[in-house]
Design a protein around this ligand. Structure first.
Ligand SMILES: [Fe+2]
Ligand SMILES: [Fe+2]
Length: 156
């Protein structure tokens, strides 16, 4: 049986948390590893922007059909927009810049809170209204859209 949307999103959340740990652990203590810091940072930013976009367009759009979830979904969508605006500025800034890690630190707290709320509240509520078959279809649609978005973000 193929994976469902929650499994897929939760796995990406865990990868995101690991990348933040890496940025603030190993890489913060080794300023000489600028290239690796830049690559880890870029991977994290692209992964997160495309995750947020596809999540809004696939899962959130579906959940907006349920009136009792609408307020909560709108709040989450707003958090995606705020995070993505900040993440886009990080894509354009220099990893050697001393403020670069500081900007990641600001974003990290908000992103981790958002992820926690999604896993503890939104996903369990979504599971109550969406069936297993639909949850697996949403995973496929999510992957398709995220890949498209990721290709558009690759540097020329
Ligand atoms: Fe989200
Ligand atoms: Fe998410």
């Amino acid at each position: 049986m193929s994976r469902d949307i929650y499994e897929l999103l939760t796995r990406q959340h865990n990868e995101t948390k690991k990348s933040f740990d890496r940025l603030f652990g190993a890489l913060e203590n080794h300023p000489e590893d600028a290239r690796e810091r830049r690559e880890t940072g870029r991977k994290l930013v692209v992964g997160l922007i495309t995750h947020n976009d596809a999540e809004s367009q696939i899962l959130y759009a579906r959940l907006m059909k349920f009136e009792h979830l609408r307020g909560q979904v709108e709040e989450h969508r707003h958090e995606h927009e705020e995070a993505n605006a900040k993440l886009m500025t990080l894509l354009e800034s220099n990893a050697e810049d001393p403020e670069w890690l500081g900007k990641f630190r600001e974003i990290r707290a908000a992103v981790e809170k958002h992820i926690e709320d999604e896993e503890a509240n939104l996903f369990p509520q979504a599971k109550k209204v969406l069936g297993g078959r639909e949850s697996r279809m949403l995973a496929e649609e999510f992957t398709y859209l995220q890949d498209l978005r990721r290709n558009l973000m690759q540097p020329a």
